[in-house]
Each structure stands twice: as C-alpha cells, then as structure tokens.
Design a protein around this ligand. Sequence first.
Ligand code: PMP
Length: 418
Amino acid sequence: MKIDFEKASFKDFEDIEGKDPFARASLFHDYSVALRASGHMNYRQLALTGCGPEMDLLIPGNPNSTFVSLVSNDYLGFTQHPEVKAAAIAAIEEFGSGAGASPAIGGHFSYHEELESKIAGFFKRESAIIYTTGYTANSASLQCLLRKSDLAILDAAVHASVYEGCLLTNVKTFPHNNLDALERILAAAKDKYRTRMVVIDGVYSQDGDLAPLSQIVALVKAYGAYLVLDDAHGTGVIGETGRGVIELENLYDQVDIITGTFSKTFAHVGGYLVADPKLINFLKFQSRQHLFSATSTPAACAILKAIDLVDEEPFWMGRLHENVAYLKSGLISLGLNIGPTESAIIPVKIGPIRQNAEVCKLLLDAGIYTNQINYPAVSRKDARIRMSVMATHTVEQLDKVLNAWEWVVTKRNIKNFE
Ligand code: PMP
C-alpha cells in the first residue's frame, strides 16, 4: 500500500495491512525525513528552558533561540510560581524522591490523601481518586466502570483518553455539542444497556469552546443516564472562582463524575476523578492502573499549593482573561478564523494539513512557538494552529505574536482560512 506523504498524517502509519511493526517504523521514518526536509516536522521541539510564556528552543536551521511560547497549558503560570516550586522541594526533602509502590501495597502517603481531599473539596464534593496522569484518570476509570453490556455516549470531540477508556464497552458518538443527536442516541438506547454514560469535556481542547452543560444535564437526567465531565482545560480558569464550567451554572451536584488533570492550571502532572464516595472507593480497589501502578511522587505537593493559589491569588485569572481578550481581538482584526472559542485555547483554522505545517514553520521563523494540530486530533480538512494563552504573557509578547501572524497572512496571501 502506498501512502501519499503530502496528504498523510501520523495516524496513517498506525496499522498498515501486511506491514509488521518494523516495516511500519521504516515507512514512518521515510515520512519523518520528508517532513523534516520541508521544515514541517514541528513536533517534539527541544526546549532548553522551563515551561513559560517565553522559551529557548533548539531548532536546527532556525535563526531564533528565544521564542514567545503558546504551547503550555500552564494557564496561570504556576509551574514557575515560587511557592509552588517551594512546596515540591519541601516535600521531596521530607518524603524523598519517589513513592516506591502502588497505593494498595505501600505507596499511599499522607500527601496523596491530602491531595484527594483537597481536589474533592475544590469541587464542593467529598471524595476523589488520583491517578498519575490525566490520561489514565479517564482511560483507566472508564475501562473499569464500563463493560460489554454498557454504553458510552461520547461527544465526538472528547479527548483520546476517553476513547481509549471505552475500548471494552459499546460506544456511540454524537457530533460535537449537537444536543438533538445526543437525545436521539439516549432515546434509542433506553432500556437496551445496563448503563448509559454520557462523556463530555467542559472546555474542548481543540476548539476551546464550552459544553452547554445545563442542557446536557437535563437530557441525561430525563433519560436516566449518567454524566462524566472532563474539565481538564476549564478547571482553575473558568467560572468566577475557577471551578470550571460546572461553576458557570452552579451545577456542582448535578454531574455524576468530574475528571481532570493536574498538568495544566495545577502546574504538575497527574489526574483525578471526583464522585460519590462508594464509586471512588470501588475504583481505588478495582481500577487496574491505580491498583497495580506506583503512585505520584512527593513533588505532587506542588499541586496542593497550586490549588490554594487559585483562591489566594485570583488576579492571575483576571490577567489571563485580559490576555485572551487582547489576542483574540487582534487575530479577529487580521481576518483570521478562530472559531467559537470561549477559553484560553485559541485555534486559528487553516484547513489542509501541509498548509498548516507551513504556517507553523513560518511562525517559528518569526520566533513564535505554536502547535500544529492535525488529523486525528481534528478532522483531515480541519487542521489548525493552536495557541494556549497564559496569565504571564506580556502585552509586548502578544504584540509580537500578532505581528508574526500579520506577516504570515501577507506572505501567504491567505485571509480567511476555512
Ligand atoms: N483531558 C483533556 C481534555 C486533555 O486535553 C488532556 C491532555 N491535554 C487530558 C485529558 C490528559 O491529561 P494529561 O496530559 O494530564 O495526561
């Protein structure tokens, strides 16, 4: 089978008929070489400084060393907050560098317990379980909860980790945020499955738009299903006090399971589920990835401080929203299509995959570090440049970003990318 490198994406190399893993790897190698030759392999850039609004990168052939960075989901800049760093350092001094075991057999420490109760309390709930990544919080818990006689009903735009969690169950997807389609599935599935669980994001990671939560809650209840909300990108930055989309309409006790990550606003790594105490206890002893894998390290105490800072220093959220508004209005006045975003994720929709890669390269040439998002993260014709704004970006940095976009638009003579 011949793969057209001009139109290909990473996904095309996943499983090729007749080619064993080494043959697939070899073909993927040829593809990577071709991408690199055209400056379109804009992934795994080597950063020499920490996560922040500006980063030093080592990109062969690129004249810049320092770039304005729009690739971190560290929305409030807490990975560099002195108190967050101090909390991690102090915990390492107290507990050492690792946890040494999985939670059931020796790796459950007081800081894990504290983290579970703090994140549950953050959402005004009683119980939580933590996982070592946000990805496993979704994939492992869903895999444990949903089996052959159950049904997962997914917004098509949920994160890859949710799809992975549903490999052992039945899955139906509805077009992104399409409530009529969701209702049709709920109606058709009624009485046909042991469990019907709807899974949505709060803030969607590619478009940056929000779920219509109260309408979804009403539908889910009307049809006797359950609701899982992954608000990885909304937590800490959306809602009056940063509790995420759940806060916008005061729906704290209306969502069955809240999932999220510690790798974005909470400035570390890890994930969690917040739910009914009995369900959480069940996961603690039935969810294989929690049960058989070592727990997070003492450095996770950074998260405890980051959670506190959301309440103690609300001005970071204010700065983030000012920066988002500034960048959005600048991009719109350049005639760029940023879609329905209502968050700190700002996509500029380009269209074809290779044109998207070229725009990403041109932005790097201008000293701006963004992400090129292609299929399968979005549909093949819907590639985009994604930017994540931080509270710690300065106006000068954002102006540099806008100037670079203006240069790209003029250079490529592309106005409204569709
Ligand atoms: N959910 C969503 C919506 C995400 O965007 C991501 C990853 N960025 C995850 C879950 C997984 O989180 P983590 O990177 O912490 O594993």
